[in-house]
Design a protein around this ligand. Structure first.
Ligand code: NI
Length: 185
């Protein structure tokens, strides 16, 4: 089932998320729905707050970027209750976007590699080192769980330049090819 994607300005994107409990009802169904919603919107990651749920979990599938970034090949994960435990000092600056901010693309600096621990849908714990663009995708989604969005990382000037677009997203008049929930609509 395709879920509505909550857009910039929605309070849920700013809330502190809670750990997913082991008895969370129909977790696998939720994960399936999140993947379906993400693929339908041509995204490579989707975090629970983006579908209106204040939970520490996200899905990623960056395989589509495998030609440009080999580390993304077959990189499909569900990360439940993740914790980034290490970040490389070295950073890379590249352009990114977000399904909650349609039409906005800005350069963001992120750690080149990270080590993250997380649980899968059976609540088995994994620890994984992730590099390059795959690490970028994971850091972007992780940030959603902390109540942040990627635009928080850009300069005041860049933010000012995007003000019109941000207001359109809030008002619900921004162009968006998927089912979305704007504050103003
Ligand atoms: Ni995002």
């Amino acid at each position: 089932m395709i879920l509505s994607i909550y857009l910039y300005g929605q309070p849920v994107l700013r809330e502190e998320t809670k750990n997913v409990p082991k008895d969370y009802p129909e977790l696998k169904q939720l994960v399936d729905n999140m993947f379906e919603t993400m693929y339908h919107a041509d995204g490579v990651g989707l975090a629970a707050p983006q579908v209106g749920l204040s939970l520490r979990m996200f899905v990623v599938d960056a395989d589509v970027m495998g030609d440009d970034f080999p580390e993304c090949k077959d990189f499909k994960r569900v990360m439940i209750n993740p914790e980034i435990i290490e970040e490389s000092e070295e950073e890379i600056t590249l352009e990114e976007g977000c399904l909650s901010l349609p039409g906005i693309h800005e350069k963001v600096s992120r750690a080149k590699s990270i080590v993250i621990s997380y649980q899968d849908t059976d609540f088995n714990t994994h620890e994984e080192k992730i590099e390059g663009f795959a690490a970028r995708v994971v850091q972007h989604e992780y940030e959603h769980l902390e109540g942040h969005v990627f635009i928080d990382n850009i300069s005041g000037i860049r933010k000012q330049l995007n003000k019109g677009k941000l207001n359109d997203i809030i008002k619900g008049t921004a162009k968006c090819s998927y089912r979305a929930k704007a504050v103003g609509k």
